[in-house]
Design a binder for this molecule. Structure first.
Ligand SMILES: [Zn+2]
Length: 291
């Protein structure tokens, strides 16, 4: 029987183009998650605080529905409701020349950039893993990492709502040996969290400061769960190297903010993604070569 899989295997261009188009559409949704998830989470925390402190009347909580679907997409400046025909990834931005149709103010170029990144990285991942179950899971992880990186960059926070499901899901797929075996996955999750927790613990004792967020521990645990403990060292070394490099550039440019620090999540996400693409052993071999 001629299956979909065989069809795509024989028509790689159609396969990669399809992934690219799906990547654009998903990228459009990733933009919504990146903007709205931190707002939804903050509103939830404020509500919990008010309940805990028994503050009945508060101006923070309105009854307006706000989630990932409602209200529908609108211009953040003039609240103009964006029609579906004006919400086509990349093309609408180009067609409208990067301006809101109603108020003519600039639309952030970040929207098309994230859409394009989502499509290109998904396409590249599909190219590496071919037509396979691995490709499907790797693409889903890629999209999640884009969201985590940008949210961490914006807010210095990696939401549990994304890291924890990824962690459990990594262990679940390892029972089917998708990227690694179940033992490597479980040890990976435990050590991934444990290594950064330990480093942070001693850092806090010595310096009295909090070096990194717990979200970073969970993200490294995600990579451990998905690709096994064997990948942790290369991911950690590469992300630290990038982090130190970026910090040095910022200090050199005098734009380093001591209080804010630098978000570690994006470097961790990039290193984990790279280790998924080329395999941790390649990064290890390369690091051995240059150090
Ligand atoms: Zn507008």
């Amino acid at each position: 029987m001629y299956t979909f899989v065989e069809f795509f295997q024989n028509n790689l261009t159609i396969y990669l183009s399809s992934v690219f188009l799906i990547g654009l559409v998903v990228g459009s949704f990733l933009n919504v998650v990146i903007i709205r998830l931190p707002i939804i989470l903050e509103a939830g925390w404020k509500k919990e605080c008010c309940e805990l402190l028994e503050i009945k009347k508060n101006k923070i909580n309105s009854d307006k529905v706000f989630n990932l679907i409602f209200p529908s997409s609108h211009c953040p400046l003039c609240k103009y409701k964006i029609k579906i025909s004006q919400n086509i990834p990349i093309f609408s931005y180009l067609l409208l020349k990067g301006k809101c149709k109603n108020c003519r103010k600039d639309i952030s170029p970040r929207y098309p950039i994230i859409e394009l990144t989502s499509a290109v990285l998904a396409c590249f991942t599909a190219f590496i893993f071919g037509v396979s179950l691995q490709a499907f899971f790797a693409i889903c992880l890629t999209w999640s990492l884009i969201v985590l990186s940008v949210i961490d960059f914006d807010t210095r926070y990696l939401p549990d709502n994304i890291t924890l499901p990824l962690l459990w899901f990594g262990i679940l797929i390892s029972t089917f040996n998708i990227f690694t075996d179940i033992n490597s996955s479980i040890f990976g999750a435990i050590f991934g969290y444990g290594i950064l927790w330990t480093i942070n613990f001693f850092f806090r004792i010595i310096t009295g400061k909090v070096g990194m967020g717990h979200g970073d521990f969970k993200l490294l645990a995600v990579f451990g769960a998905w690709f096994g403990w064997q990948n942790l060292a290369p991911v950690l070394i590469l992300s630290s190297a990038i982090g130190i490099f970026v910090a040095l550039i910022l200090i050199f440019n005098k734009s380093y903010d001591k209080n804010k620090g630098i978000p570690f999540g994006p470097y961790l996400a990039f290193s984990g993604w790279l280790s998924m693409i080329v395999g941790g052993y390649v990064i290890s071999a390369y690091l051995n070569f240059i150090i």
